[in-house]
Ligand binder design. Structure first.
Ligand code: AMP
Ligand code: MG
Length: 503
């Protein structure tokens, strides 16, 4: 069936040996459950032409569009610190790449499209609720201005998937800047397939760091890419941390070269501020706890560095290896400072500050410590700084166990705001406005996400999903109709909240 523009499949072309050509499974009764109109238009598709049966057949995988070359991509990965040399697309397929309206190359991929040679023991399928969850979380991140892969469509398959109990099945169509992962590099490095590894580096550079394309020195190319990934991940992690996002499964196969968030499995947004917060049922040791995420990103980058080393130094040349390790270490050691800079820039913005002061990091840290001690809702506490800026501290104090505990910090913040106004101009109302653009009111609250998914899964009722999605797309608005989307779950609900992987 025609796709309204040409696929141009550079991964399939550039990287033979890095994938297996594989068709999506046929499904019995496709039904289009979700179509992302805005994203469809961005991809130069006509959303109206994709409604109904056409879209259902297409997005369930029953009709492969012209020009698509479905492939299962190979990758490895460290999962919870342990290395799996072969993961790969066990329930996903890359259909191909398209160029969007802005000239950007985007991957179009399925998730839940059936078994592949990489499926190991899995069924290759996906259940409807986790795919809709991926829609909600991804669109929320997009609206918050955080780099992310996005959902183009979800098609129900009409086929049950066997989990703890039979669940309605679905296929997600995911759009990404690419699906290159740290684990993609690891796959070829660990096999000693250096020719493919080199082509992978070239491909990654062409896609994500074209400034390096003309460089011939192997070290500058490899460590240039490493540095660029470190910069993108530092910026991404800072954004995650500044909205209270917990990815939940930061394995090296779930960390992109592009710097986009990928794989909305067991992720969740934090409610009460707590650096030790973990929601994933399988993260028993808290490896991927909220506060550990920047350190894990650095650890993952070190794994990318290791995978790139054979391209720079021949293993038999000890001196060359030592020199290469040193250069890689420099990049990895620079990560905490890159992250810290990005984090502080974000914190200043969230505090309503435009100027820099040496004491800003301490001001931000003391604020977070206050939120933690007071058990305050992370999102609302930040949001209520807007009212405080405009002169009304009551809504903020109402979030704290001991409202007076904020006195000293608020006095410091006010003094800092006055100094900021003296440098950058503006006043209280203008700061309040700025704070409302920096600190979201609507995030995907776990209890609301679960309720919307349960309605879709158990009652075939998509209305709560659609209403929540609409609210998540306007995260900085605060209107009477949106009020209920801003409220935290009762603490008892949050305490018991667990998310699940790979469902
Ligand atoms: P994820 O937890 O989604 O990042 O997946 C980790 C690995 O497990 C990837 O190689 C997936 O393709 C594979 N996987 C997850 N769920 C399934 C499934 N139901 N069937 C086959 N492979 C799966
Ligand atoms: Mg994954």
């Amino acid at each position: 069936m025609p796709w309204p523009f040409a696929f141009d499949n550079s991964y399939a072309r550039d990287l033979p040996g890095a994938y297996v050509a594989w068709p999506p499974a046929r499904v019995p009764a496709p039904r289009l459950v979700f179509l992302n109109h805005e994203l469809a238009r961005e991809l130069q598709l006509d959303p109206d032409a994709l409604q109904g049966d056409t879209g259902a057949e297409l997005f369930a995988g029953n009709r492969v569009p012209d020009g698509a070359e479905p492939i299962a991509q190979a990758y490895a990965g460290h999962q919870f610190g342990g290395f799996s040399p072969q993961l790969g697309d066990g329930r996903a397929l890359l259909l191909g790449e398209v160029i969007d309206r802005q000239g950007r190359r985007r991957d179009i991929a399925f998730k839940g499209s059936g078994r592949t040679p990489f499926s190991r023991g899995g069924d290759g399928k996906a259940a409807l609720a986790p795919m809709l969850r991926e829609v909600l979380l991804g669109e929320a991140m997009q609206a918050l201005g955080i780099p992310t892969t996005r959902a183009l469509a979800v098609a129900a398959t009409g086929e049950p998937v066997r989990r703890e109990r039979p669940l309605p099945g679905a296929v997600l169509t995911r759009v990404a800047a690419s699906h290159l992962r740290v684990g993609t590099f690891q796959y070829f490095a660990v096999r000693g397939e250096l020719a493919t590894l080199r082509r992978l580096l070239d491909h990654a550079i062409a896609r994500h760091d074209p400034a390096l394309a003309g460089v011939t020195d192997a070290g500058v190319r490899a460590f240039g890419l490493l540095r660029a990934v470190a910069e993108r991940q530092a910026a991404l992690l800072a954004q995650w941390m500044n909205v209270g996002f917990i990815h939940g499964v930061m394995n090296t196969d779930n960390m992109t070269i592009s710097g986009e968030t990928i794989d909305y499995g067991p992720c969740a947004f934090m409610e009460a501020y707590d650096p030790a917060a973990v929601f994933s049922s399988i993260d028993e040791g808290g490896r991927y706890a909220y506060g550990n995420q920047p350190a894990i990103a650095r650890w993952n980058l070190a794994r990318l560095a290791e995978a790139l080393l054979p391209l720079v130094a021949d293993g038999d040349d000890e001196a060359a290896v030592r020199a290469a390790v040193e250069r890689a270490t420099e990049v990895i050691d620079a990560f905490p400072a890159l992250y810290r800079e990005a984090w502080l820039r974000g914190q200043r913005n969230k505090l309503g500050l435009r100027s820099d002061d040496a004491a800003d990091a301490a001001l931000a840290e003391d604020w977070l410590a206050l939120l933690q001690r007071q058990g305050a809702d992370f999102t609302l506490a930040w949001r209520r700084l807007a009212e405080a800026a405009a002169g009304d501290e009551a809504p903020l104090r109402a979030l704290l166990a001991d409202p007076q505990a904020a006195d000293a910090w608020l006095a410091r913040w006010r003094a800092r705001c006055a100094a900021d106004d003296a440098t950058a101009g503006g006043g209280a109302q203008e700061r309040a406005e700025r704070l409302r653009r920096a600190n979201p009111f609507v995030i995907p609250r776990n209890h609301l996400v679960e309720r919307a998914l349960a309605a879709a899964q158990d009652d075939d009722d998509l209305a709560p999903f659609e209403q929540l999605l609409a609210a998540l797309r306007r995260p900085f608005d605060e209107t009477p109709t949106l009020a209920r989307y801003g409220q935290p779950a009762p603490a008892a609900v949050t305490a018991c909240y667990r998310t699940f992987c790979g469902t």
